[in-house]
Design a protein. Structure first.
Length: 442
């Protein structure tokens, strides 16, 4: 069987016959000669059809799947395409096989920029994902996830695979999906939180890439109903500063990897990774941040339990001006606004040893130290209006001894969105879910 090669490999095959297969990206008819840009997973290569093959190639249309055999030749100097990685060569076709035909396209995939609105982008998702800019988003996302995994493996963490069908509400509130589980009641997990805490009692340091679900009855450009969380949990910590130190290491490694592996993708979006200071990412307590916002804008949010989107943008702008950093840690959120397992500040129990990492005006990471005392957890579960017996499996881990521990979660789509400067988080999800869409508009 003759071996097919990829478009990018043609550069090493000048003067040799090759087999290529892929999708017709564009067709240009120059009378007796037909030029086709053939696309495969590696990119584009120009294929030239002349003589008798030109007549057959005239019927080719975008997204038809074809296979060709041909001779790789250098392009004349004046015909080199500097914008194409394979622009110094072309393939002179010697045979053509049509493997599959396509219906007429709803939009032009051959242009550098995909000029469609978000609804069209998602209505034709299997097609729109073929465009180079859409592929670029998920190449960057792959780098983020890959670097997350590699960094934690080097730090001695064990990867786990927690369930997404759970018997209880992890974080309280009404933002959960109830499901019929045979003749019982269950939920889709808001996060893998309870299970990754349990596993600290087994492996000490764990991580997972887990799908999570939030039944938020709203449609915004920054929220998804189903998202991917890059979750971390670790035992034997000294303080929640250990967690922020690890989170910063992850972020720095992710940015370095993107800059090393994804320059082509960054250029497509005219994007850069966020600015980081030479020293540590700045940290400030929530109330300090709110005081700064009041001084800068006159807006008084100093008693609010959280930052609003406009507040997050303002404090990120301040961090950029003051610390030369587009990221900033906000710490010590009120106890009443954090989940029952969050560790209270011993010096001021109304606040917690928790944090958010904000980047470019948006929350990227949420985390903090957890309560590891069994009795305190039981009391908090009751305070938060839940029944301890529902959390029996979770509490068992603490009944039999749990070290000081904590963790955090990075939002995969949020980071992708902000690195590339996307306007809508749905662009950073392969098949986004929200209250109006499950693949199709409901």
């Amino acid at each position: 069987m003759k071996q097919r090669i990829l478009a990018e490999e043609t550069l090493e095959k000048i003067g040799k016959k090759v087999i290529l297969a892929g999708w017709v990206n564009t067709v240009r008819n120059h009378g007796g000669i037909i030029f086709v840009d053939l696309r495969d997973k590696s990119g584009l290569v120009q294929v030239v059809f002349g003589g008798k093959l030109a007549k057959e190639a005239k019927k080719l249309r975008p997204e038809w799947v074809i296979k060709i055999e041909g001779l790789v030749k250098k392009r004349p100097e004046k015909l080199i395409n500097p914008d194409l990685p394979t622009g110094t060569i072309e393939v002179e076709a010697q045979s053509l096989t049509i493997l599959s035909q396509s219906e007429e396209l709803p939009f032009d995939l051959g242009k550098k920029k995909l000029n469609v609105n978000i609804s069209t982008l998602l209505d034709y998702r299997p097609l729109s994902l073929r465009h180079p800019t859409q592929q670029a988003i998920f190449k960057v996302q792959e780098t983020i996830a890959e670097t997350f995994r590699e960094t934690l493996k080097k730090e001695g963490f064990t990867e786990i695979f927690p369930p997404t069908i759970v018997p209880s509400v992890t974080e309280g509130g009404a933002q959960v999906f109830k499901i019929d589980y045979f003749d019982k009641k269950a939920f889709l997990a808001q996060s893998p939180q309870l299970y990754k805490q349990i596993m600290v009692g087994v492996f000490e340091k764990v991580f997972c890439l887990a799908h999570a679900y939030r039944a938020e009855p709203s449609v915004t450009t920054r929220h998804l109903t189903e998202y991917v969380g890059l979750d971390v949990e670790m035992g034997f910590i000294e303080s929640f500063n250990d967690l922020m130190e690890l989170a910063e290491k992850l972020i720095r490694n992710i940015f370095a990897a993107i800059n090393q592996k994804n320059q082509k993708e960054l250029k497509m979006f005219k994007a850069t990774t966020p600015l980081l200071p030479k020293g540590e990412i700045p940290k400030m307590k929530l109330r300090q941040a709110q005081e700064i916002i009041f001084e800068r804008t006159g807006k008084d949010c100093r008693q609010e339990p959280d930052l609003q989107p406009e507040d997050e943008k303002e404090i990120c702008q301040y961090a950029k001006e003051k610390f030369n950093s587009e990221l900033v840690f906000i710490t010590h959120y009120p106890t009443k606004k954090r989940p029952f397992y969050t560790y209270p500040d011993p010096e001021d129990p109304e606040y917690t040893h928790s944090f958010d990492l904000l980047g470019r005006g948006m929350e990227w990471i949420t985390g903090g130290r957890r309560i590891n005392d069994y009795q305190m957890l039981v009391e908090n579960i009751k305070k938060w209006g839940n029944k301890p017996e529902v959390f029996e499996t979770y509490l068992q881990a603490f009944r039999y001894g749990m070290p000081p521990e904590g963790g955090f979660c990075l939002g995969l789509e949020r980071i992708t969105m902000n690195v590339l400067g996307l306007k809508n988080i749905r662009e950073a999800s392969l098949f986004p879910r929200d209250m109006k869409r499950v693949d199709i508009i409901l």
